[in-house]
Write a protein that binds this ligand. Structure first.
Ligand SMILES: Cc1cc2nc3c(=O)[nH]c(=O)nc-3n(C[C@H](O)[C@H](O)[C@H](O)COP(=O)(O)OP(=O)(O)OC[C@H]3O[C@@H](n4cnc5c(N)ncnc54)[C@H](O)[C@@H]3O)c2cc1C
Length: 382
């Protein structure tokens, strides 16, 4: 029987790590969610506090300030945040670290990773623009080489962690004449006190209200040429394709944790709520719907755990990662919607966790490659 609180891949070390993260998230983050939602971003010190307990860069080598763990540690962090209903996107921050780890120079790693691990430098990934979402080739932001610097102009939208971002992994066109993937490069931008850089107010979303999603503006922003990621310009598209798998798998982890949480809170609810003189669970329809949801969540967990194991072993291909992100987030939304229905009108009230799960989970099918784009990608492997 699958446990809803301890996925089967767990070990003693991971169990200890999980209990520390769980206690911290429950005590430090969960009680602040109403306030975070109102201000539309987490407290700035949420990041340094998370860093202090080892929740950030848990799967980055210790020599760069990380926890020295694997993606299994990252999954624990994502699961515990999800189960507490805290939409802090530390996996995006951690993904930025993995771009640096994979493609940065030794000097870049030592310069940025320890501060990221401590939460002093919050990471964001800025690719999307108004004219470029699924089709990143449509981006218009440019970086022009001028001596020892790049001069960056353009605007990005939908940027997770944008409000606090101190280090932006920015996708830009470095060669305006080039067409196709070779036009794009990734440049790391340290934003603190940077002339010409501006953050828009967090965007009004239908869910994830406690999490900052912002527009970023660059007006002739100068950054050192040494901030280019990789050995040469024009490698950005390849780097994105490679490291997007990390983000997609982290979203799949959140999807399964949400589905399991939805089944758990709904099971409790239907045992307590009465209609026609008996608890809702005594209606066959309730039992059958929940049985279906629990079965689907179980299948999702087995698929996910296989993917995580293969990812940790360096053996998960991009197509299977795309399958995991697409299928597990579709499944999550099916389950959460069914569970909301079993709550009746209370499922529509924001104070009930299932309502927030419904609005928060919806974006999982959209970002990091929409599920339609991912199906095209999977189809390319046929
Ligand atoms: C809350 C939130 C957080 C985000 N965080 C970030 C972030 O941190 N960094 C970042 O860079 N971006 C971020 N994004 C942007 C996100 O990645 C894009 O919204 C997503 O890639 C889709 O792009 P689009 O919104 O421009 O939609 P479009 O590309 O305009 O797509 C519209 C519709 O057309 C479909 N479509 C498009 N192309 C195809 C195709 N080839 N085949 C079939 N169907 C297709 C899509 O599936 C979709 O249904 C975030 C978005 C949201 C909502």
């Amino acid at each position: 029987m699958i446990s809803l609180s301890q996925p089967p891949r767990t070990t003693d070390a991971l169990r200890t790590f999980r209990s520390g993260v769980r206690a911290f998230v429950q005590n430090e983050f969960a009680p602040n969610q109403d306030r975070w939602r109102q201000q539309q971003f987490p407290d700035a010190d949420a990041w340094t506090k998370a860093g202090a307990v080892g929740m950030l860069l848990s799967d980055v080598p210790a020599e760069y300030g990380g926890g020295g763990g694997t993606f299994a540690h990252e999954a624990v962090v994502v699961e515990e945040l999800t189960r507490a209903g805290v939409p802090l996107h530390s996996f995006i921050h951690d993904n930025v670290a993995h771009y640096i780890l994979a493609y940065g120079s030794e000097a870049q790693k030592r310069h940025w990773l320890p501060r990221m691990a401590r939460g002093e430098l919050v990471g964001a990934i800025a690719m999307s623009e108004r004219t470029a979402g699924s089709d990143l080739q449509g981006m218009r932001s440019t970086a022009r080489r001028d001596g020892d610097h790049y001069v960056i102009s353009g605007a990005k939208t939908f940027i997770t962690n944008g409000w606090h971002a101190g280090l932006v992994c920015l996708a830009v066109k470095t060669d305006p004449k080039a067409t196709g993937p070779k036009a794009i490069s990734l440049i790391m931008v340290e934003t603190k006190g940077l002339p010409g850089y501006r953050v828009g107010h967090p965007l009004e979303k239908i869910g994830m209200h406690a999490q900052d999603t912002c527009e970023l503006f660059f007006e002739n922003v100068q950054v050192p040429a040494a901030n280019l990621l990789g050995p040469a310009e024009g490698k950005g598209s390849f780097q994105i394709m490679d490291k997007m798998s990390y983000e997609r798998l982290a979203i799949a982890v959140a999807a399964v944790a949400t589905a399991e949480r939805a089944v758990a809170v709904t099971t409790k609810y239907v045992k307590e709520r009465q209609a026609f003189g008996k608890p809702l669970i005594e209606f066959q329809n309730t039992r059958f719907r929940l049985a279906e949801c629990k079965t689907e969540a179980h299948i999702a967990r087995v698929f996910l755990d296989t993917c995580v194991e293969r990812f940790v072993a360096g053996a998960l291909d991009a197509f299977t990662t795309a399958m995991a992100k697409y299928w597990l987030t579709d499944s999550e939304c099916r389950i959460v919607d069914e569970c909301l229905q079993l709550h009746g009108g209370y499922g529509y009230l924001a104070e009930y966790p299932i309502a927030r799960m419904w609005t928060d989970s919806r974006v999982h099918r959209i970002y990091a490659g929409t599920n339609e784009v991912l199906k095209e990608m999977i189809a390319a492997s046929l």
